[in-house]
Design a protein around this ligand. Structure first.
Ligand code: SOE
Length: 400
């Protein structure tokens, strides 16, 4: 039977989303799609979307399929037809909205990084722990965990397929800031974004490294740089990663790039690079794990593939081989296309919605939890502390 046959008979879960730009569009796509692909115990209903500009939020509601539009997030949280609040706003508002939603009895999905500071993330994690005792769930949107190839890599590492880890190497490279005329959007302001490339894409790199390794970073040594220190203020609408600058200028208050070395709890060495100045690299997330018995390699530009080197094979025939991660028994692929008919970036958000709905139905805490988000926030803070102290090795406080 097709997933959609049962969809109308299932209990529903009203979703309210705050923010509707790039991530809001990606999440909307996921809420629209998830119940048509996966057989789920709950069907999401896109009750309302919220944004400050009444005309723009109404247009976003119509475009993305939300039943109602709100201009005050508090009104959205208070709605009876909203049981789950999905936060797709800049980091500066995550803590306030998430804590209020959890206290109002709602489940929460919050975009990454969880917050702008460790203190905010602590308050959010505490609110999520209290909400767990009332059966609510809270998840942070590190969507790359939901790539089938990376979920498979996690399985293989956990099963000991490449043995004990020696190295975890992650680079996350983009180039949308190389033009010094690119405007000073919210992602370039510390008070709104918390940090720059570090929090925006470095947080993905850190989360995915720790997820794949199955262990946290114990400490880091880092360098950050802001190459373009002043930019034109935005003129007109800013959408996603594009916009136009006017005559007035303002200061860039975040990093443009971060280079990090680190040590995992087991002693494995990790390295990370996050930049929005890698000319020619659009959204290039590259991951390599080297273990005692083998290696795994992933490249987001070829996201349906995982490369495995099996070090136990005879040297005469050993070599990296490509696993095409499109089989029905690969993670998340049971509901999609026949083998070989690959997936894309947007599917990670569909899988994220799937896992969250399953967790809500089971009353179980989904991963990555707000505690996981807090742990990444502690790594980000340690990176900034190290960079401010001439790259001094800085311990990441263990999870409490
Ligand atoms: C911009 O760098 C961005 O949209 C990030 O904010 C997302 O988390 C990443 O998935 C793609 O790039």
């Amino acid at each position: 039977m097709d997933a959609s046959d049962n969809e109308s008979k299932r209990p529903t879960l009203g979703v309210g989303m705050v923010g509707y730009a790039f991530m809001g569009a990606a999440h909307s796509q996921a809420w629209r799609t998830v119940a048509h692909v996966f057989d789920l115990p709950l069907t999401p209903v896109m009750s309302a979307v919220c944004g400050r500009d009444p005309d723009a939020v109404r247009a976003a509601a119509d475009r993305h399929g939300w039943a109602a539009a709100e201009t005050d997030w508090r009104a959205l949280v208070a709605r009876d037809d909203v049981q789950l609040v999905d936060i797709c706003t800049p980091g500066s508002s995550h803590a306030e909205i998430a804590v209020a939603a959890l206290e109002a009895g709602k489940h929460v999905l919050c975009e990454k990084p969880l917050a702008n500071t460790v203190e905010e993330a602590e308050a959010m994690a505490e609110a999520a722990r209290a909400a767990r005792t009332r059966g609510q769930v809270a998840m942070v949107g590190f969507n790359y965990r939901r790539l089938p190839a990376l979920a498979l890599a996690r399985r293989m590492v956990a099963a000991g397929r490449i043995g004990g880890l020696r190295h975890v190497r992650v680079t996350y490279l983009q180039d949308w800031l190389t033009d010094p005329g690119f405007p000073l959007t919210w992602r370039l302001r510390r008070e709104q974004a918390g940090s720059g490339a570090l929090g925006d894409i470095g947080s993905h790199a850190i989360d995915i490294a720790q997820y794949l390794a199955g262990e946290p970073l114990a400490g880091v040594s880092a360098m950050t740089e802001t190459f373009v220190r002043e930019r034109p203020l935005p003129e007109g609408a800013v959408a996603g990663l594009s916009g136009t600058g006017g005559a007035e200028r303002g200061e860039v208050t975040v990093d443009d790039a971060a280079l990090v070395t680190g040590r995992l709890a087991s002693g494995a060495l990790a390295s990370f690079e996050a930049t929005r100045f890698a000319t020619g690299r659009k959204n290039a997330l590259h991951i390599e794990l080297n273990g005692e018995r083998g290696s795994l390699v992933f490249d987001l530009e070829r996201l349906n593939e995982l490369h495995l080197y099996d070090g136990t094979e005879p040297p005469s025939t050993a070599g990296f081989r490509r696993i095409l991660v499109t089989e029905p028994d690969h993670p998340y692929l049971e509901g999609w296309w026949p083998p070989g008919h690959g997936l894309g970036y947007e599917h990670t958000f569909v899988h994220q919605a799937r896992d969250l709905l399953l967790a809500v139905a089971a009353g179980e805490g989904p991963e990555p939890s707000f505690d996981d988000g807090l742990q990444v926030q502690r790594v980000l803070a340690a990176v900034e502390e190290s960079a401010a102290n001439n790259s001094a090795y800085t311990r990441v406080p263990p999870a409490s």
